[in-house]
Design a protein around this ligand. Sequence first.
Ligand code: SF4
Ligand code: SF4
Length: 208
Amino acid sequence: MGFVFPVYFYGLPKIVYDFASKLDVKNSNYIFAVLTKGGDFDDVAFHQLEEVLKSKSKSLDAALSIRMPANFYRKDPVTFQQQLFKDSKSKIENFSKIITSNKTCFQLVNKDKKIDKYFKVNYKFHKSVKESDKLFYIDENCSHCGICEKICPTNNIKLNDGVPHWQHECQQCVSCINFCPESSIKYGNMNFNNYHHPEIKANDMIFK
Ligand code: SF4
Ligand code: SF4
């Protein structure tokens, strides 16, 4: 069994935490996790997943953390982005060999004050994430294309006369912001960098 997910707000996305909590893992004898992160944080997410698994008398056998370009406030230089893609490819190839042979490749770092602090920050984020979409709005460049409505993984955006409205079921994945072709979606007074992986197109993100 494998969990593959991004880090949101220092830890597990709420949707992943909820999914893992409900999952029946009793017949899984080998469990791995792969996370992507736009910064330095992975310890909190791994600890959270371990806690969920521990409550089901299981634990991670293998885990891989991959640094990808940041897609939030900061923009990594293009040359650095390309280096990250290159590094991730070889990491994934090595990890594939590990998990296909059911090898153990994971040691959890000790939980310290720093991890504890970001644990709390992430759980606070979980409590308010659904309604965090109240800060979304569009500017005058919106072309009413409907991509944001189609791309949202939680069906949280409904177009009304071509205008997006957020329904308070948000997970803060920021796909709507990053895939809007007009860079029209804004969030409070924050500046997002409208980054997404150069090889991934909006259509690749639409599963419905
Ligand atoms: S994706 Fe952007 S341009 Fe298209 S409807 Fe949504 S906000 Fe408007
Ligand atoms: S696409 Fe936008 S509205 Fe939908 S979950 Fe992600 S951030 Fe929230």
